[in-house]
Design a protein around this ligand. Structure first.
Ligand SMILES: *Cc1c(COP(=O)(O)O)cnc(C)c1O
Length: 389
Protein backbone atom coordinates (compact mmCIF):
# COMPACT_ATOMS: atom_id res chain seq x y z
CA UNK A 1 0.00 0.00 0.00
CA UNK A 2 1.31 3.44 -0.83
CA UNK A 3 -0.14 6.67 0.51
CA UNK A 4 -0.19 9.57 -1.96
CA UNK A 5 2.71 12.01 -1.81
CA UNK A 6 0.40 14.95 -1.34
CA UNK A 7 -0.13 13.84 2.24
CA UNK A 8 3.57 14.34 2.91
CA UNK A 9 3.01 18.05 2.32
CA UNK A 10 0.71 18.30 5.33
CA UNK A 11 2.27 19.03 8.68
CA UNK A 12 0.63 17.32 11.65
CA UNK A 13 -2.46 19.14 12.81
CA UNK A 14 -1.30 21.17 15.80
CA UNK A 15 -4.10 20.23 18.13
CA UNK A 16 -3.39 16.53 17.77
CA UNK A 17 0.04 17.05 19.34
CA UNK A 18 -1.24 19.38 22.07
CA UNK A 19 -4.05 17.02 23.01
CA UNK A 20 -1.53 14.21 23.20
CA UNK A 21 0.60 16.15 25.69
CA UNK A 22 -2.41 17.15 27.76
CA UNK A 23 -3.64 13.55 27.81
CA UNK A 24 -0.17 12.45 28.92
CA UNK A 25 -0.23 14.90 31.85
CA UNK A 26 -3.72 13.80 32.82
CA UNK A 27 -2.63 10.17 32.75
CA UNK A 28 0.16 11.15 35.16
CA UNK A 29 -2.55 12.43 37.48
CA UNK A 30 -2.27 16.17 36.74
CA UNK A 31 -5.55 18.13 36.66
CA UNK A 32 -4.82 20.32 33.62
CA UNK A 33 -6.58 23.67 33.15
CA UNK A 34 -7.11 23.79 29.42
CA UNK A 35 -6.86 27.18 27.70
CA UNK A 36 -5.75 25.49 24.49
CA UNK A 37 -8.93 24.62 22.62
CA UNK A 38 -11.33 27.13 21.05
CA UNK A 39 -14.65 25.36 21.49
CA UNK A 40 -17.52 27.01 23.43
CA UNK A 41 -18.01 25.30 26.80
CA UNK A 42 -21.62 26.48 27.22
CA UNK A 43 -24.28 24.29 25.59
CA UNK A 44 -26.31 25.09 22.47
CA UNK A 45 -29.30 27.24 23.60
CA UNK A 46 -32.17 24.97 24.60
CA UNK A 47 -34.81 26.38 22.20
CA UNK A 48 -32.55 25.31 19.31
CA UNK A 49 -32.08 21.81 20.73
CA UNK A 50 -35.80 21.36 21.38
CA UNK A 51 -36.60 22.30 17.80
CA UNK A 52 -33.95 19.93 16.50
CA UNK A 53 -35.39 17.06 18.60
CA UNK A 54 -38.76 17.53 16.94
CA UNK A 55 -37.13 17.54 13.52
CA UNK A 56 -35.23 14.35 14.32
CA UNK A 57 -38.54 12.49 14.78
CA UNK A 58 -39.88 13.54 11.37
CA UNK A 59 -39.16 10.80 8.78
CA UNK A 60 -38.84 13.45 6.06
CA UNK A 61 -35.54 14.30 7.71
CA UNK A 62 -34.31 10.72 7.67
CA UNK A 63 -33.59 10.77 3.97
CA UNK A 64 -30.73 12.23 1.91
CA UNK A 65 -30.57 16.00 2.15
CA UNK A 66 -29.69 18.15 -0.89
CA UNK A 67 -26.16 19.57 -1.15
CA UNK A 68 -27.69 23.01 -1.73
CA UNK A 69 -29.49 22.87 1.62
CA UNK A 70 -33.17 23.46 2.35
CA UNK A 71 -34.53 26.58 0.59
CA UNK A 72 -35.84 27.76 3.99
CA UNK A 73 -32.31 27.55 5.37
CA UNK A 74 -30.86 29.61 2.52
CA UNK A 75 -33.63 32.15 3.11
CA UNK A 76 -32.94 32.19 6.84
CA UNK A 77 -29.25 32.87 6.15
CA UNK A 78 -30.12 35.71 3.76
CA UNK A 79 -32.58 37.14 6.30
CA UNK A 80 -29.99 37.02 9.06
CA UNK A 81 -27.43 38.84 6.86
CA UNK A 82 -30.03 41.51 6.07
CA UNK A 83 -30.93 42.10 9.71
CA UNK A 84 -27.42 41.88 11.11
CA UNK A 85 -25.40 43.63 8.38
CA UNK A 86 -27.92 45.29 6.06
CA UNK A 87 -26.59 43.08 3.25
CA UNK A 88 -29.06 41.71 0.69
CA UNK A 89 -28.29 38.26 -0.70
CA UNK A 90 -30.08 36.15 -3.28
CA UNK A 91 -30.89 32.94 -1.35
CA UNK A 92 -30.79 30.83 -4.49
CA UNK A 93 -27.46 31.99 -5.93
CA UNK A 94 -25.48 33.80 -3.28
CA UNK A 95 -25.89 31.48 -0.30
CA UNK A 96 -24.62 27.93 0.24
CA UNK A 97 -24.86 26.00 3.53
CA UNK A 98 -21.77 24.03 4.56
CA UNK A 99 -21.05 21.05 6.81
CA UNK A 100 -19.30 23.47 9.16
CA UNK A 101 -17.34 26.30 7.58
CA UNK A 102 -14.09 24.33 7.82
CA UNK A 103 -15.48 22.00 5.17
CA UNK A 104 -16.04 24.82 2.68
CA UNK A 105 -12.79 26.57 3.60
CA UNK A 106 -10.90 23.39 2.77
CA UNK A 107 -12.83 22.57 -0.40
CA UNK A 108 -12.78 26.00 -2.04
CA UNK A 109 -9.07 25.52 -2.77
CA UNK A 110 -10.16 22.88 -5.34
CA UNK A 111 -12.13 25.60 -7.13
CA UNK A 112 -9.24 28.03 -7.58
CA UNK A 113 -5.90 26.37 -7.04
CA UNK A 114 -4.05 24.43 -9.68
CA UNK A 115 -0.60 22.96 -9.32
CA UNK A 116 1.87 25.81 -8.76
CA UNK A 117 -0.78 28.46 -8.02
CA UNK A 118 -0.46 30.66 -4.97
CA UNK A 119 -2.94 31.42 -2.21
CA UNK A 120 -2.20 34.43 -0.01
CA UNK A 121 -2.61 33.27 3.54
CA UNK A 122 -2.36 35.21 6.81
CA UNK A 123 0.45 34.22 9.18
CA UNK A 124 -0.40 33.54 11.96
CA UNK A 125 -3.67 32.02 10.75
CA UNK A 126 -6.25 29.26 11.01
CA UNK A 127 -4.33 26.26 9.61
CA UNK A 128 -7.07 25.15 7.18
CA UNK A 129 -6.32 27.98 4.67
CA UNK A 130 -2.85 26.66 3.92
CA UNK A 131 -3.78 22.95 4.27
CA UNK A 132 -6.50 23.29 1.61
CA UNK A 133 -4.02 25.07 -0.64
CA UNK A 134 -1.40 22.34 -0.19
CA UNK A 135 -3.89 19.51 -0.80
CA UNK A 136 -4.94 21.19 -4.04
CA UNK A 137 -1.27 21.24 -5.15
CA UNK A 138 -0.76 24.97 -4.60
CA UNK A 139 1.60 27.02 -2.49
CA UNK A 140 0.62 29.27 0.36
CA UNK A 141 2.36 32.67 0.38
CA UNK A 142 2.28 33.86 3.95
CA UNK A 143 1.26 37.45 4.61
CA UNK A 144 2.75 38.38 7.99
CA UNK A 145 0.31 39.81 10.54
CA UNK A 146 2.47 42.06 12.69
CA UNK A 147 1.53 43.65 15.94
CA UNK A 148 2.85 47.04 14.76
CA UNK A 149 0.34 46.84 11.87
CA UNK A 150 -2.48 45.86 14.24
CA UNK A 151 -2.25 42.32 12.86
CA UNK A 152 -3.40 43.38 9.39
CA UNK A 153 -1.50 42.23 6.28
CA UNK A 154 0.40 44.92 4.37
CA UNK A 155 -0.59 44.42 0.72
CA UNK A 156 2.22 46.72 -0.43
CA UNK A 157 4.83 44.18 0.63
CA UNK A 158 3.45 41.36 -1.53
CA UNK A 159 5.92 40.98 -4.43
CA UNK A 160 4.52 41.59 -7.92
CA UNK A 161 5.46 38.10 -9.17
CA UNK A 162 3.64 36.55 -6.20
CA UNK A 163 0.52 38.67 -6.70
CA UNK A 164 0.52 37.63 -10.37
CA UNK A 165 0.49 33.92 -9.51
CA UNK A 166 -2.01 34.29 -6.67
CA UNK A 167 -5.55 33.04 -7.28
CA UNK A 168 -6.94 33.52 -3.82
CA UNK A 169 -6.49 35.65 -0.73
CA UNK A 170 -7.61 34.56 2.73
CA UNK A 171 -8.63 37.09 5.38
CA UNK A 172 -10.14 36.54 8.82
CA UNK A 173 -11.49 39.33 11.06
CA UNK A 174 -12.21 39.21 13.95
CA UNK A 175 -9.03 37.17 13.81
CA UNK A 176 -8.07 33.81 15.18
CA UNK A 177 -5.52 33.60 16.80
CA UNK A 178 -4.61 37.28 17.39
CA UNK A 179 -8.05 38.59 18.43
CA UNK A 180 -7.51 41.56 16.07
CA UNK A 181 -10.46 43.33 14.46
CA UNK A 182 -10.78 45.61 11.47
CA UNK A 183 -13.16 47.98 9.71
CA UNK A 184 -14.71 48.29 6.24
CA UNK A 185 -11.96 50.54 4.96
CA UNK A 186 -9.46 47.68 5.20
CA UNK A 187 -11.83 45.31 3.41
CA UNK A 188 -12.22 47.90 0.65
CA UNK A 189 -8.45 48.06 0.23
CA UNK A 190 -8.46 44.29 -0.11
CA UNK A 191 -11.17 44.49 -2.79
CA UNK A 192 -9.01 46.98 -4.75
CA UNK A 193 -5.99 44.70 -4.47
CA UNK A 194 -8.07 41.73 -5.67
CA UNK A 195 -9.40 43.64 -8.68
CA UNK A 196 -5.94 44.88 -9.55
CA UNK A 197 -4.49 41.37 -9.57
CA UNK A 198 -7.52 39.37 -10.72
CA UNK A 199 -7.75 37.22 -7.62
CA UNK A 200 -10.62 36.07 -5.42
CA UNK A 201 -11.05 36.91 -1.74
CA UNK A 202 -12.30 34.50 0.88
CA UNK A 203 -13.15 36.14 4.16
CA UNK A 204 -13.60 33.94 7.22
CA UNK A 205 -16.13 35.66 9.49
CA UNK A 206 -16.49 32.94 12.13
CA UNK A 207 -16.19 35.43 15.02
CA UNK A 208 -18.29 38.45 14.00
CA UNK A 209 -20.81 37.68 16.76
CA UNK A 210 -18.27 37.08 19.52
CA UNK A 211 -17.51 40.69 20.50
CA UNK A 212 -17.22 42.84 23.60
CA UNK A 213 -17.72 46.32 25.00
CA UNK A 214 -20.66 46.91 22.63
CA UNK A 215 -18.47 46.50 19.54
CA UNK A 216 -20.16 45.11 16.39
CA UNK A 217 -17.67 43.71 13.86
CA UNK A 218 -18.48 44.39 10.19
CA UNK A 219 -19.04 41.81 7.45
CA UNK A 220 -16.73 41.74 4.42
CA UNK A 221 -19.92 41.71 2.33
CA UNK A 222 -20.64 45.28 3.47
CA UNK A 223 -17.52 46.54 1.69
CA UNK A 224 -18.22 48.13 -1.67
CA UNK A 225 -17.30 45.79 -4.51
CA UNK A 226 -16.99 42.78 -2.19
CA UNK A 227 -19.56 40.75 -4.07
CA UNK A 228 -17.65 41.20 -7.33
CA UNK A 229 -14.52 39.52 -6.03
CA UNK A 230 -15.26 37.49 -2.99
CA UNK A 231 -17.21 35.37 -0.57
CA UNK A 232 -17.56 35.24 3.18
CA UNK A 233 -17.56 32.08 5.28
CA UNK A 234 -19.67 32.07 8.39
CA UNK A 235 -20.56 29.47 10.91
CA UNK A 236 -23.16 28.66 13.51
CA UNK A 237 -20.38 27.10 15.59
CA UNK A 238 -19.21 30.09 17.58
CA UNK A 239 -22.34 32.24 17.27
CA UNK A 240 -24.79 29.66 18.62
CA UNK A 241 -22.42 27.26 20.39
CA UNK A 242 -23.11 24.63 17.75
CA UNK A 243 -19.59 23.35 17.01
CA UNK A 244 -20.66 19.72 17.47
CA UNK A 245 -23.56 19.94 15.02
CA UNK A 246 -21.42 20.94 12.03
CA UNK A 247 -23.21 23.66 10.16
CA UNK A 248 -21.97 26.83 8.51
CA UNK A 249 -22.37 28.78 5.28
CA UNK A 250 -20.68 30.72 2.53
CA UNK A 251 -22.26 33.80 0.97
CA UNK A 252 -21.36 36.32 -1.72
CA UNK A 253 -20.09 36.06 -5.29
CA UNK A 254 -22.51 33.83 -7.22
CA UNK A 255 -19.89 32.45 -9.60
CA UNK A 256 -17.63 31.36 -6.75
CA UNK A 257 -20.56 29.82 -4.90
CA UNK A 258 -21.77 27.90 -7.91
CA UNK A 259 -18.24 26.56 -8.55
CA UNK A 260 -17.94 25.43 -4.92
CA UNK A 261 -21.36 23.83 -5.24
CA UNK A 262 -20.09 21.81 -8.24
CA UNK A 263 -17.25 20.44 -6.14
CA UNK A 264 -19.43 19.71 -3.13
CA UNK A 265 -22.28 18.11 -5.02
CA UNK A 266 -19.76 15.49 -6.19
CA UNK A 267 -18.35 14.87 -2.73
CA UNK A 268 -21.06 15.30 -0.13
CA UNK A 269 -24.81 15.03 0.22
CA UNK A 270 -25.39 18.02 2.40
CA UNK A 271 -26.11 18.62 6.06
CA UNK A 272 -28.44 16.26 7.99
CA UNK A 273 -31.81 17.92 7.64
CA UNK A 274 -32.73 17.99 11.32
CA UNK A 275 -29.60 20.05 11.88
CA UNK A 276 -30.63 22.38 9.06
CA UNK A 277 -33.94 22.91 10.86
CA UNK A 278 -32.07 23.68 14.07
CA UNK A 279 -30.01 26.25 12.15
CA UNK A 280 -33.16 27.86 10.73
CA UNK A 281 -34.48 28.17 14.27
CA UNK A 282 -31.20 29.64 15.52
CA UNK A 283 -31.03 32.25 12.76
CA UNK A 284 -34.70 33.26 12.89
CA UNK A 285 -35.35 33.38 16.63
CA UNK A 286 -34.26 35.81 19.34
CA UNK A 287 -30.53 36.55 19.32
CA UNK A 288 -30.51 37.47 22.99
CA UNK A 289 -28.31 34.60 24.12
CA UNK A 290 -25.47 35.98 21.95
CA UNK A 291 -25.10 39.00 24.22
CA UNK A 292 -25.49 36.77 27.29
CA UNK A 293 -22.64 34.54 26.08
CA UNK A 294 -20.54 37.57 25.24
CA UNK A 295 -21.05 39.01 28.72
CA UNK A 296 -19.70 35.78 30.20
CA UNK A 297 -16.72 35.76 27.84
CA UNK A 298 -16.02 39.44 28.54
CA UNK A 299 -15.90 38.74 32.28
CA UNK A 300 -13.45 35.90 31.63
CA UNK A 301 -11.38 38.06 29.27
CA UNK A 302 -11.01 40.79 31.88
CA UNK A 303 -10.09 38.34 34.64
CA UNK A 304 -7.46 36.58 32.59
CA UNK A 305 -5.89 39.49 30.74
CA UNK A 306 -5.22 41.33 33.96
CA UNK A 307 -3.17 38.40 35.25
CA UNK A 308 -1.43 37.69 31.93
CA UNK A 309 -0.03 41.20 31.98
CA UNK A 310 1.19 40.68 35.58
CA UNK A 311 3.14 37.48 35.11
CA UNK A 312 5.74 38.34 32.50
CA UNK A 313 3.57 38.23 29.39
CA UNK A 314 1.92 41.07 27.48
CA UNK A 315 -1.39 41.03 25.65
CA UNK A 316 -3.73 43.54 24.04
CA UNK A 317 -7.36 43.54 25.16
CA UNK A 318 -9.28 41.89 22.30
CA UNK A 319 -12.52 43.58 21.19
CA UNK A 320 -13.74 40.30 19.69
CA UNK A 321 -13.10 36.51 19.53
CA UNK A 322 -12.60 34.35 22.59
CA UNK A 323 -8.81 34.41 22.31
CA UNK A 324 -6.04 36.26 24.05
CA UNK A 325 -2.78 36.49 22.10
CA UNK A 326 0.05 36.99 24.56
CA UNK A 327 3.78 37.48 24.09
CA UNK A 328 6.07 34.95 25.74
CA UNK A 329 8.89 36.21 27.97
CA UNK A 330 12.29 36.87 26.38
CA UNK A 331 14.45 33.79 25.91
CA UNK A 332 11.68 31.26 25.27
CA UNK A 333 10.21 29.86 22.09
CA UNK A 334 6.43 29.58 22.09
CA UNK A 335 6.66 25.78 22.30
CA UNK A 336 9.16 25.84 25.19
CA UNK A 337 7.05 28.33 27.07
CA UNK A 338 3.80 26.44 26.50
CA UNK A 339 5.50 23.24 27.66
CA UNK A 340 6.80 25.00 30.74
CA UNK A 341 3.34 26.36 31.64
CA UNK A 342 1.95 22.86 31.31
CA UNK A 343 4.71 21.24 33.39
CA UNK A 344 5.08 23.90 36.07
CA UNK A 345 1.63 25.45 36.34
CA UNK A 346 -0.66 22.71 34.99
CA UNK A 347 -2.01 25.21 32.47
CA UNK A 348 -2.36 24.29 28.77
CA UNK A 349 -2.10 27.00 26.09
CA UNK A 350 -1.45 26.87 22.34
CA UNK A 351 2.05 27.81 21.13
CA UNK A 352 1.78 30.62 18.58
CA UNK A 353 4.15 28.97 16.12
CA UNK A 354 1.43 26.39 15.47
CA UNK A 355 -0.38 29.13 13.52
CA UNK A 356 2.69 30.01 11.43
CA UNK A 357 6.22 31.36 11.76
CA UNK A 358 4.95 34.84 12.65
CA UNK A 359 3.21 33.30 15.64
CA UNK A 360 6.59 32.61 17.20
CA UNK A 361 6.98 34.63 20.36
CA UNK A 362 3.28 34.33 21.25
CA UNK A 363 0.90 31.90 22.91
CA UNK A 364 -2.87 31.76 22.60
CA UNK A 365 -5.27 31.50 25.51
CA UNK A 366 -8.86 30.50 24.76
CA UNK A 367 -11.66 31.67 27.06
CA UNK A 368 -13.88 28.64 26.42
CA UNK A 369 -13.60 26.95 29.77
CA UNK A 370 -16.00 27.19 32.73
CA UNK A 371 -15.65 30.26 35.00
CA UNK A 372 -14.39 28.24 37.98
CA UNK A 373 -11.75 26.51 35.86
CA UNK A 374 -10.66 29.86 34.45
CA UNK A 375 -10.35 31.28 37.98
CA UNK A 376 -8.33 28.23 38.98
CA UNK A 377 -6.09 28.79 35.96
CA UNK A 378 -5.62 32.43 36.94
CA UNK A 379 -4.61 31.37 40.47
CA UNK A 380 -2.16 28.87 39.07
CA UNK A 381 -0.52 31.47 36.82
CA UNK A 382 -0.13 33.83 39.78
CA UNK A 383 1.38 31.23 42.08
CA UNK A 384 3.62 29.89 39.29
CA UNK A 385 4.92 33.43 38.77
CA UNK A 386 5.38 33.86 42.52
CA UNK A 387 7.47 30.67 42.73
CA UNK A 388 9.72 31.81 39.88
CA UNK A 389 10.65 35.15 41.40
C1 LIG B 1 -13.86 27.92 14.67
C2 LIG B 1 -13.42 28.51 13.40
C3 LIG B 1 -14.13 28.28 12.23
C4 LIG B 1 -15.44 27.52 12.24
O1 LIG B 1 -15.31 26.22 12.00
P1 LIG B 1 -16.62 25.34 11.78
O2 LIG B 1 -16.11 24.32 10.82
O3 LIG B 1 -17.69 26.18 11.20
O4 LIG B 1 -16.97 24.78 13.11
C5 LIG B 1 -13.70 28.87 11.05
N1 LIG B 1 -12.64 29.68 11.06
C6 LIG B 1 -11.95 29.95 12.16
C7 LIG B 1 -10.83 30.91 12.11
C8 LIG B 1 -12.31 29.36 13.37
O5 LIG B 1 -11.60 29.62 14.46
Amino acid sequence: MQVAKRLDRLPRYLFVEINRRIAEKKAEGMDVINFAVGDPDLPTPSHIIEYMCEAVHDPVNHRYPETAGLPQLREAIAGWYRRRFGVTLDPSGEVLPLIGSKEGIGHIALVFIESGDIALVPDPGYPVYSMGTLLAGGEPYFMPLKEENDFLPDFETIPENVARRAKLMWLNYPNNPTGATTELEFFEKAVCFAKQHGLAICHDAAYTEVAFDGYKPPSFMQASGAREVGVEFHSLSKTYHMTGWRIGMVVGNAEMISALFRVKSNLDSGIPQAIQHAAIKALNSSQEHISEHNAILQWRRDKLIHVINQVGMRARVPKATFYIWATVPQGYTSIDFADMLLDEAGVAVTPGVGYGQEGEGYIRFSLTLPDDKLEQGVERLLSWHGRRK
